[in-house]
Design a protein around this ligand. Structure first.
Ligand SMILES: [Zn+2]
Length: 308
């Protein structure tokens, strides 16, 4: 068995204004760092409409299509933009996560990493925000449940920002345990630990600025792992943002690249115990290009070791 790497050149066609942190060069940094690794390389398909309709209403998807500029860019909120290639990229970013679920549940790969942009975990049911257009990981989780017939899945979001969008898309579904570790206070301002969702299947873990890898691992061990074990997921999905790195310009946590290897190893341990090692991970944030490449490589290296 092997680790699948799912990507597509359309990820380069989502163009943000000069100086925007969620830039085309991020995908180069990630793919460059994974070059030479022994991975099953798969092309990300466009997400099927039916897969997206599990998490977004048709009116929202149509609205994005109507807003798409023919040239130049259109601004959707303070930091979220559309360029002519944005929907191709976004549909393939969601399609990558869905394809990854198919690869892992179909036995094609032991686990998978999706290197695509734009990220997805801030996109709410009817609102694009925080650089995100579609709920990539949420759509993949629903696909695992509704298409593949799984009964329970868990999502672990270690991006430095709260995964408000994913929470919005999945909190009504008690088959999905959603765990987010994030710096607080920080954008988008949600994710207080008291917010556990309507079914108690949301686990929000707040970390203080300055928290390092040991602090992150302790939070994972004490607050996330026991809930994942109790949920008995048949698949673990990961929102892999690397902006908790100490060099990241958007946040104040102090992880090193190797800390992402340790976090990944802990997630893989859980998956080995609970669901035959099945992990589907998708890129979210990470805005210092060098730190992003090194952190993504550390993450995928552990997936690859565990997927053999
Ligand atoms: Zn982030």
């Amino acid at each position: 068995m092997t680790t699948a790497l799912i990507t597509h050149p359309d990820g380069f066609n989502h163009s943000t204004p000069p100086g925007h942190p969620e830039q085309v060069a991020r995908l180069d940094a990630v793919l460059g760092a994974l070059e030479g690794m022994d991975l099953l390389r798969l092309k990300a398909p466009m997400a099927a409409e039916a897969d997206l309709l599990r998490v977004h209403p048709k009116s929202y998807l149509d609205g994005l299509r109507e807003d798409l500029p023919e040239h130049g860019r259109r601004q959707l909120d303070a930091d979220t933009w559309l360029s002519p290639g944005s929907l191709g990229a976004a549909w393939r970013a969601a399609g990558a996560a869905i394809r990854a679920v198919d690869a892992v549940l179909g036995g094609e790969a032991a686990n998978a990493f999706c290197a695509m942009r734009p990220p997805g975990h801030h996109a709410e049911t009817e609102t694009a925000m925080g650089f995100c257009l579609l709920g990539n990981v949420a759509a993949a989780a629903k696909h695992a449940l509704d298409h593949h017939g799984l009964s329970r899945v868990a999502i672990i979001d270690f991006d430095v920002h709260h995964g408000n969008g994913t929470q919005d898309l999945v909190e009504d579904d008690p088959r999905i345990l959603f765990c987010s570790t994030h710096e607080m206070p920080l954008y988008p301002g949600t994710g207080d630990p008291s917010d556990t969702g309507p079914h108690g299947t949301v686990v929000n873990v707040a970390l203080r600025a300055g928290c390092d890898g040991a602090g992150m691992l302790a939070a994972l061990e004490e607050k996330v792992s026991p809930r994942v074990v109790a949920h008995r997921p048949e698949l673990i999905l990961v929102s892999a943002g690397f902006d908790a790195h100490r060099d990241d310009p958007l946040a104040g946590l102090m992880l090193e690249a190797e800390d992402f290897a340790r976090v990944t190893a802990r997630i893989c341990d859980l998956a080995a115990d609970l669901c035959s090692g099945r992990v589907v991970s998708a890129l979210e944030g990470g805005y210092d290009l060098e730190a992003l490449g090194a952190s993504a490589a550390a993450h995928v290296r552990i997936l690859e070791e565990r997927g053999r």
